[in-house]
Design a protein around this ligand. Structure first.
Ligand SMILES: [Zn+2]
Length: 107
């Protein structure tokens, strides 16, 4: 495990929230990370509504976000308490999307 004692903060605009270790590579706090994830998911949903199926890379990315949310939710670090609701919302969103991808499009 890499030792980083230095506290890193979010690189988004005026935000200076501490970055959880799991997001060090992304360089943003959880709230901003989730903003981006939700934006991308709604873009996928929007394209799907117009008949465009997500490609393999997108599906892969979606399942990674699911794993990510589960990992964070199963951790008990105090950092994540306030973001739990949004993580649950993310899982719910992903579940809905998978459900609609499975269904025939005539619905
Ligand atoms: Zn931030």
């Amino acid at each position: 495990m890499v030792v980083t004692t230095q506290v890193r903060v979010c690189r988004m605009g005026a935000c200076s929230t501490r970055i959880p270790p799991i997001l060090t590579r992304q360089g943003v706090c959880l709230a901003h990370y989730l903003d981006e994830v939700f934006t991308r998911i709604s873009a996928v949903q929007e394209r799907f509504r117009h008949g465009e199926l997500p490609d393999g890379r997108t599906l892969n990315w979606l399942s990674q976000q699911g794993d990510f949310a589960v990992t964070l939710l199963s951790g008990d670090g105090p950092d994540f308490c306030e973001d739990r609701a949004r993580l649950l919302e993310l899982l719910f969103c992903l579940a809905n999307l998978h459900e609609s991808l499975r269904r025939p499009q005539s619905q």
